[in-house]
Design a protein around this ligand. Structure first.
Ligand code: SF4
Ligand code: SF4
Ligand code: FES
Length: 283
């Protein structure tokens, strides 16, 4: 039986959303720009970052809009002093403990909430750690990891069902790791790159991107993105090819694609070097 739609108020505007919809969706329906960092439309919400909190009249605490289900008659405030202060603090705590410099969304939030991460002193020492370069396809730079869990979700039941990575350690030792911290090629990883596809901070990047950035040659403003269909099999996954200087530098898939929901296999994600092959074969 179809559940009746839910009517509620967001910042004084009356909105109607389908039963089971989240407050995030209600905010979208009201035209309110709600920030998210750990949420993605193709992953199960994990409530890790709390940047999306809103105030619900009558509720003791702020609630995460990305996962809280809308209820009839709710009165939601998205820009109250409490909400603004909470979001500002989240930005400051994140910015003081993780290198978020490659997240355009994060920079936008710093300005939007007037956040000053530097007031918490120098960055936490636990953040400084060497980049993990242990395979030919992607790089793990955990100084940029905000522990949003998106990669764990993508590697697990939300997409890949491989469970090669999980959260390890506690407190300042908490980190994303393979079993016993082994190198990726020695782990259960199948190199689908779905973790790379969802990472919002640049902690997981294609080796091509890492090399270009290290050489100061990553020029995002000059790059183009072209959608095409993966040539490898009959599934027909949509590939978004990011190209710089006529060379593919990153492959993703739209998260709203009905075929992929944003996820790919190793061939579609990383098997593109043949495109640049000269075509000349050695005898
Ligand atoms: S590449 Fe795929 S299998 Fe490997 S850790 Fe990432 S999501 Fe898991
Ligand atoms: S590596 Fe990226 S996706 Fe994984 S938890 Fe860290 S920031 Fe999130
Ligand atoms: S986006 Fe809602 S908790 Fe992170």
């Amino acid at each position: 039986m179809t559940q009746p739609a839910v009517e509620l108020s967001v910042d004084g505007a009356s909105v109607t959303v389908p039963a089971g919809a989240t407050l995030l969706r209600a905010c979208q329906a009201a035209g309110v720009d709600t920030p998210t960092l750990c949420w993605a439309e193709n992953l199960t919400p994990v409530n890790a970052c709390r940047i999306c909190v809103v105030e619900v009249e009558g509720a003791r605490t702020l609630v995460p809009a990305c996962s809280r289900v809308a209820e009839p008659g709710m009165t939601v405030l998205t820009d109250s002093p409490r909400v603004r202060l909470s979001r500002k603090l989240v930005v400051e705590l994140l910015g003081s403990s993780v290198d978020m410099s490659r997240s355009a969304e994060f920079s936008r939030l710093v300005s939007r909430y007037g956040a000053q991460p530097e007031r918490f002193g120098p960055k936490a020492l636990t953040v400084a750690q060497p980049v993990k370069l242990d395979n030919e396809l992607f790089v793990r730079d955990f100084a940029r990891c905000m522990l949003c869990y998106k990669c764990v979700e993508a590697c697990g039941t939300d997409a890949q069902n491989t469970f090669a990575i999980a959260l390890a350690g506690r407190g300042f030792e908490a980190r994303i790791a393979t079993e016993h911290d082994v190198a990726l090629p020695d782990s259960a990883c199948v190199f689908c790159g779905n973790c790379v596809g969802v990472c919002p901070t640049g902690a997981l990047v294609f080796k091509t991107e890492h090399a270009l950035r290290a050489a100061g040659e990553w020029r995002e403003s000059e790059q183009t993105v072209t959608d095409t269909i993966c040539p490898y099999c009959g599934v027909g996954c949509t590939l978004s090819l990011r190209v710089q200087d006529n060379t593919i530098v990153r492959v993703t898939s739209p998260s709203d694609s009905s075929v992929t929901q944003g996820h790919l296999c190793v061939k579609g994600r990383f098997g593109f070097s043949f495109v640049e092959h000269s075509g000349q074969h050695k005898p």
